[in-house]
Design a protein around this ligand. Structure first.
Ligand code: ADP
Ligand code: MG
Length: 248
């Protein structure tokens, strides 16, 4: 198959995320498994990109390269000017804290902390905001996702959709330019999923770069660009001029 050349969609700014010839091979007892087979991808500032593919196609592996959660076996990962593939684990954690907000399928809020304390945790880790500003900032983020009235509850007292909105607020704690979400609606009913998707559309409209993994092909018409992944390769792309609608 001919390689698919990827470039930012025309409506967006300068490239912010670059994967260059990224290979990721997992070592397993059964031998080496090639999860990414030489991926090239550039994502522009303010772009909303959906990474779409079947289970096992390499979607999570690909976003884990961008967030630095995992490192490539070969190739380069340049995000916001930083060669992420060259950072140590500590450097990666500091870098990620202020550069990429990460949202997971199963929310991953700390169960023993209240919602507002969960939002403050990344601020405490990165020290970007003064201590006395942090609670107020966390409350403003919760207000943005319409959860201010749930701030003092434990995550377990919230619905799945509310927990995911809290996780999105947490991902914005340090005002990162990039948001990466790995199947953020995979564990939610369709109405709740729609609400979460709308939040990401809104983030992109405000200039954040959003990378969202999904296996919902229907979303491909509602983002700036859909990157279709199969067997560790980018096999197809769709670029949309006017994304964000409900596809109706
Ligand atoms: P997706 O997110 O598209 O479902 P993944 O990126 O999680 O796919 O996985 C791609 C392939 O790599 C799958 O076949 C998966 O089994 C394999 N894989 C993922 N993580 C590991 C790992 N830590 N060790 C071995 N194989 C892995
Ligand atoms: Mg996955």
């Amino acid at each position: 198959m001919a390689p698919v050349v990827t470039s930012p969609s025309p409506a967006t700014g300068a490239p912010l995320i670059h994967l260059r010839d990224v290979v990721k091979t997992y070592q397993t007892p059964a031998g080496d498994f090639p999860a990414l087979k030489g991926v090239n991808l550039s994502i522009g500032k303010g772009e909303f990109v959906a990474i779409i593919g079947r289970s096992g196609s390499g979607k999570s592996t690909m976003v884990n390269m961008i967030t630095g959660i995992d490192k490539p076996t070969r190739g380069e990962v340049i995000v916001a000017g930083t060669p992420v593939h060259q950072l140590s684990e500590n450097e990666t954690a500091r870098w990620r804290g202020v550069t990429v907000g990460v949202v997971f399928q199963f929310f991953q809020l700390l169960p023993t902390l209240t919602v507002v304390d969960n939002i403050m945790l990344p601020m405490d880790f990165c020290n970007r905001y003064a201590v006395r500003e942090r609670r107020q900032r966390a409350m403003a983020l919760l207000d943005m996702v319409e959860l201010a009235d749930q701030a003092h509850k434990l995550p377990s007292e919230l619905s799945g959709g509310q927990q995911q909105r809290a996780a999105i607020a947490r991902s914005l704690a340090n005002d990162p330019p990039i948001l990466c979400a790995d199947e953020p609606t995979g564990n939610l009913d369709s109405r709740t999923a729609e609400r979460i998707f709308a939040l990401f559309v809104d983030m992109a409209a405000r200039g954040r770069t959003v990378v969202m993994v999904t296996h919902d092909r229907e979303l491909s018409g509602r983002v700036h660009r859909a990157v279709i992944v199969a067997d560790g390769e980018v096999v197809e792309e769709h670029i949309n001029a006017a994304p964000g609608g409900n596809g109706a």
